[in-house]
Design a protein around this ligand. Structure first.
Ligand SMILES: *Cc1c(COP(=O)(O)O)cnc(C)c1O
Length: 386
């Protein structure tokens, strides 16, 4: 084996295409130069379809959590009421950030491994009818459980039942799923570079609606680096950023836009659903239970219950024997599940690789060998798309 050929299947960071690495290795440019203005404007506009927005997409230099924090501090203030849908550890993080800023958080707790249904949100908002809810926060794709929430249906409930803003953490799915901020009633939508956008960690992206922009402008909460007004102003007035950005990553983002356009945005989305369906078919054939139902299943990350073998043992074997890295479970799911990321720079062949390695690994652990069986099932899904 050539164990220097490594395979990264974590739900962030994700593999970087060679041409994106090459784009990031270009000579440095100043962030107050005309060259940078051309670059940032290009990226801000070409990311619009990926975020389903008509406004330019802003870039912050910081990790995804800073985008969550920005989404909080630019919409709600201390003492105001907000609803946070908590269906896993990232929903919990969003709620914790808001709580840290003194926001009066109403947690809508959803069983881990399930999506939040529009009915659940509606009943929860009905229960808060006498409270003035400033914003409803949701995790689009709960990375800890591999659940994609029905964001459009949730947005419809928010718009119909309240005047609240709808603020969405799209970190582990934007770049792999369809979204339309207007139709889905989303006011703020954030993501980060190292998930489905095929970039290294270091950038956070923020998109907003007209209403979201108005809320950012009017929000009185104290903030500095994460004050989105600074980013809007710097973009509008100078086609720049308020502080020195990760210029190389933005150059990489431009190349990512080219790759998405070459493949076709619709095809990028289709590929992510194909990867999901192939992987789920293969995992089922191995006899390992999937954490989520088909309806709730995320197109970017899949959580698998490890059956008789402890999940960390499977992870370790994949790493040692095949240089394949997958993720484990978080919090309550620690040790019980493993998670396979399939977002961004991931092809159907990559799914066959990870399934092959799982077939061999289960055989090694003494399970009845199913060599080729999972791969065959996955190929049967693939062949319908070729
Ligand atoms: C990865 C992730 C984040 C946090 O990103 P960091 O870059 O680690 O700060 C937030 N939300 C979701 C859903 C994620 O998957």
């Amino acid at each position: 084996m050539f164990l220097d050929q490594t395979y990264l299947f974590t739900p962030g960071p994700t593999p970087i295409p060679n041409r994106v690495n090459a784009a990031m290795a270009q000579p440095m440019i100043g962030h107050r130069s005309p060259d940078f203005s051309v670059l940032i404007e290009d990226v801000a506009n070409r990311l619009k379809p990926v975020f389903g927005t008509k406004h330019p997409v802003l870039a912050l230099t910081s990790s995804g959590t800073s985008a969550l924090e920005a989404a909080v501090v630019n919409t709600v203030s201390e003492g105001e009421d907000a609803v946070v849908i908590v269906a896993g550890s990232f929903g919990d993080r969003l709620a914790t950030i808001a709580e840290n800023y003194g926001v009066n958080v109403h947690r809508l707790n959803i069983e881990w491994g399930k999506s939040c249904t529009p009915e659940q949100l509606e009943a929860f908002l009905d229960g808060l009818a006498s409270t003035s809810v400033k914003a409803v926060f949701a995790t689009f794709n709960e990375t800890s459980t591999g659940v994609l929430n029905p964001i459009g249906a949730l947005g419809e409930v928010v718009a119909r039942k309240s005047d609240a803003l709808f603020v969405v953490d799209g970190v582990s799915c934007i770049g792999g799923v369809p979204v339309d901020m207007e139709k889905d009633h989303i006011d703020i939508l954030v993501t980060s570079s190292q998930k489905a956008l095929m970039l290294p960690p270091g950038l956070a992206f923020v998109a907003f609606s007209d209403r979201g922009l108005k809320a950012i402008r009017e929000c009185p909460a104290k903030r500095f680096y994460l004050d989105l007004n600074r980013y809007v102003k710097a973009y509008e007035e100078q086609k720049s950023t308020p502080f020195t950005p990760a210029v190389s990553l933005i150059a990489g983002a431009k190349e990512v836009c080219s790759m998405i356009e070459e493949e076709g945005w619709e095809n990028v989305i289709k590929r992510h659903y194909l990867l999901r369906d192939m992987l789920r078919a293969g995992i089922r054939e191995l006899g390992l239970p999937l954490l989520t139902s088909d309806e709730d299943a995320s197109p970017t990350v899949t959580a698998v219950k490890s059956g008789n073998i402890p999940a960390p043992d499977i992870q370790k074997a994949l790493k040692k024997d095949f240089a394949i890295t997958i993720a484990g479970g978080q919090k309550d799911l620690k040790g019980k599940i493993f998670r396979i990321g399939h977002m961004g720079y991931c092809t159907p062949f990559d799914i066959l690789k990870v399934l092959t390695a799982l077939e061999l690994t289960l055989a090694k652990f003494g399970e009845e060998p199913k060599l080729g069986a999972a791969v065959k099932k996955a190929e049967e899904v693939w062949v319908q798309h070729v």
